[in-house]
Design a protein around this ligand. Structure first.
Ligand code: SAM
Length: 187
């Protein structure tokens, strides 16, 4: 069960996922062996996922995305290398324990390398919150990595991100909506 202190720590990290979305993610990831997170930014969602799952593989470039509020400005101000360092510092305990593995790569190029990190295991859950103009490309790479009966989900199914809505509707038949603009499907 998600510790209230962890939830509050996550909410103090700059990000966009609201409290009810974090609670939903925690409930779904609880006790799972392997969760893959695509688009992790400064670690708000990772803080929650890595506190309840056995292992999280976290994919990001830490270079932001021009279509998401303020990320490009923050990257210009702070720098992608520094954002990556900050993420690793913030989550150093989980990284040291091996329960969190940050993978710094463009998600569209991650297909081959994921098989190395996953060591033949399939993911119990994949949460996608990366480039909101390229969700279809992320789905092509990551959806096949989810085990049968596993959970494929993502953020920002909302009118603010019509490309996310389109790509979910076209590529995830039978999807459902959760709190805080989360879309999901058991595959
Ligand atoms: C909305 S933020 C993720 C927020 C995070 N899930 C949270 O709630 O704390 C989107 C992230 O996607 C990353 N991103 C954008 N395009 C990417 C790409 N092609 N490959 C990997 N990461 C990407 C950005 O660097 C950014 O960190």
């Amino acid at each position: 069960m998600l510790d209230e202190a962890v939830l509050n720590r996550a909410l103090r990290v700059q990000g966009w996922m609201r409290r009810e979305g974090l609670l939903w993610l925690a409930e779904k990831a609880e006790g799972k062996d392997l969760v893959v997170e695509v688009g992790v930014w400064r670690g708000r969602t990772t803080t929650v996922l890595s506190s309840v799952a056995e292992r999280v593989l976290a994919v990001d470039t830490w270079a932001g995305a021009p279509n998401i509020d303020a990320t490009d400005k923050i990257v210009q101000r702070i720098g992608a290398d520094e954002l990556f360092s900050e993420y690793c510092f913030r989550l150093q305990t989980e990284i040291r324990l091996g329960s969190l593995v940050p993978i710094r790569i463009d998600s569209s190029k991650a297909g081959e390398i994921m098989s190395v990190y996953m060591c033949g295991q399939e993911a119990d859950m994949i949460f996608i919150d990366g480039d909101h103009d390229r969700l279809a490309a992320d789905l092509a790479v990551f959806a096949p990595l989810v085990k049968r009966g596993g959970l494929l989900c993502g953020h920002d199914y909302s009118g603010r991100f019509p490309a996310v809505m389109r790509d979910v509707e076209e590529n995830v038949p039978g999807f459902q909506l959760g709190p805080a603009a989360i879309w999901w499907k058991e595959v």
